[in-house]
Design a protein around this ligand. Structure first.
Ligand SMILES: Cc1cc2nc3c(=O)[nH]c(=O)nc-3n(C[C@H](O)[C@H](O)[C@H](O)COP(=O)(O)OP(=O)(O)OC[C@H]3O[C@@H](n4cnc5c(N)ncnc54)[C@H](O)[C@@H]3O)c2cc1C
Length: 416
């Protein structure tokens, strides 16, 4: 097909869209503001690239919460199994970790990205680096103009305008802006009449008003194997104490609920079970043994094994009078209220909630009011916990947008 498609954004969503498009026989120009591609993808690989998850699809789909209905058709076309096959097709094996998470062998993103970029460049995808998209030259392409919107770019050689036959925007969310996705696109799309939900932190940490002593003593320490409850959420796991509050996998898993509660009520209180393997009665009985000359800290450690950061947490949130009442203390060990005052800023979050609403898009992810302009990846209004769900949905939406463009170009050609 003698058509040129612009893909803007060289993260997993844009690269997958470019792959589908080039396989469909169109000329693909991929633009990115950064000097190299896939920087957030590489960062995701730092702690082990969790590319997807091996759990049954029904459970997998439930991770997308309110947006399950919109994400499901995307994942039914290109889901976790297809993603694993695709990684294998790049010559990289995958394995399932103990938690069911799927990783490429070697855990790193760089060999995968290298092989992927080579495949794309062999397929004649042209990469235009240091090209920052700055919006549309004309705000809204008039309906029926064939979707030929003029895109503005700032480049090292100055401003450039291009007019592709179709465009895929895969600009990412708003976290870790130094890696390229800075959310600068939000007002440009809003000005063009596209509904965008404000970007918010997702998979983020929270601020806690620690006492100076606790902060100094426990900053950076892991709190292992506790059960965190908040509303309908109840999960065992671990997190880390930070200077400002707390972060880590268990916190990220409940972060959307906590963030929404803070947005609505100004604060949120989660509950920790510091001794998940013990009953309250057991704790109470052990704690009630005579303390003798032992300090309270040593009594807690000797009788019920609560020490260090867990003992510190009790000191932070249990009133003095309850500390001398062993029944009350046992109760708080099983249900310690921890008040959170704010979500950490979007910049620090693993991912973003909010973005282009699905109501603004058709089922191929084309902006209804802008024929020929499609969106994919984290810039869409969905969120999911960590566990490989983010990259999977980004790539899946890139796949859908890519096939959507090919169909749209075909239909358009036939219509002329
Ligand atoms: C520390 C960290 C660890 C993570 N770990 C995991 C993990 O293990 N598993 C997982 O599933 N997810 C993980 N994620 C999330 C995952 O990396 C992202 O969800 C995913 O990269 C988003 O893909 P995307 O293609 O939508 O956007 P991005 O990867 O953000 O790519 C967007 C691209 O668009 C470019 N761009 C933005 N604006 C413009 C513009 N105006 N002009 C031109 N180019 C522009 C950017 O430079 C960037 O290259 C992690 C994220 C972080 C920060």
């Amino acid at each position: 097909m003698d058509k040129t498609v612009a893909v803007i954004g060289g993260g997993p969503a844009g690269l997958m869209a470019a792959e589908v498009l080039s396989a469909g026989g169109v000329t693909v120009d991929l633009y990115d503001s950064m000097p190299s591609l896939g920087r957030k993808f590489l960062m995701a690989g730092k702690g082990g690239l969790n590319i997807t998850h091996s759990e049954p699809l029904a459970q997998f789909l439930s991770r997308y919460g309110k947006r399950r209905e919109q994400i499901e058709p995307l994942l039914r076309t290109f889901g976790p199994d297809e993603l694993r096959q695709w990684v294998h097709g790049l010559g990289i094996e995958t394995f399932v970790g103990t938690s069911g998470r799927v990783f490429p062998v070697g855990m790193k993103a760089s060999p995968l990205l290298r092989a992927w970029l080579k495949r794309l460049s062999d397929a004649r995808v042209t990469f235009h680096l240091r090209h920052k998209w700055k919006g549309f030259l004309t705000s809204i392409p008039a309906a029926g103009d064939g979707g030929l919107s003029v895109l503005k770019f700032a480049t090292p050689e100055g401003e450039k305008s291009i007019q592709p036959d179709a465009t895929i925007l895969a600009l990412g969310g708003g976290s870790w802006s130094r890696l390229g996705s800075d959310g600068a696109w939000v007002p440009w799309l809003e000005q063009a009449g596209v509904r965008v939900e404000a970007l918010k932190p997702s998979n983020c940490g929270f601020d806690v008003d620690w006492s100076p002593h606790f902060r100094e003593r426990f900053n950076g320490q892991p709190v292992k194997s506790v059960v965190l409850s908040f509303g309908s959420f109840r999960e065992q796991g671990e997190f880390i104490i930070t200077q400002e509050g707390l972060e880590g996998s268990l916190i990220y898993a409940v972060s959307a609920l906590l963030r929404d509660e803070i947005d609505a009520k100004g604060k949120a209180t989660m509950t920790l079970d510091l001794a998940p393997d013990r009953s309250q009665e057991w704790l109470s009985e052990k704690l009630s043994k005579p303390r003798g000359a032992r300090t309270m800290a040593s009594h807690l450690e000797k009788t019920v094994g609560i020490k260090d950061v867990k003992a510190g947490l009790l000191r932070e949130f249990v009133a003095k009078e309850d500390f001398t009442n062993m029944e009350r203390l046992a109760f708080f060990m099983k249900a310690l209220p921890v008040p959170l005052i704010a979500a950490r800023p979007l910049e620090e979050a693993i991912s973003s909630a909010g973005g282009v609403t699905f109501e603004a898009l058709d089922e191929h992810l084309m902006i209804r009011s802008m024929p020929g302009v499609f969106c994919a990846g984290e810039m869409l209004d969905w969120e999911a916990p960590t566990g490989g769900y983010l990259i999977t949905a980004c790539m899946s939406s890139g796949y859908t947008a890519g096939t959507g463009v090919l169909n749209w170009l075909r239909l358009n050609r036939e219509g002329r």
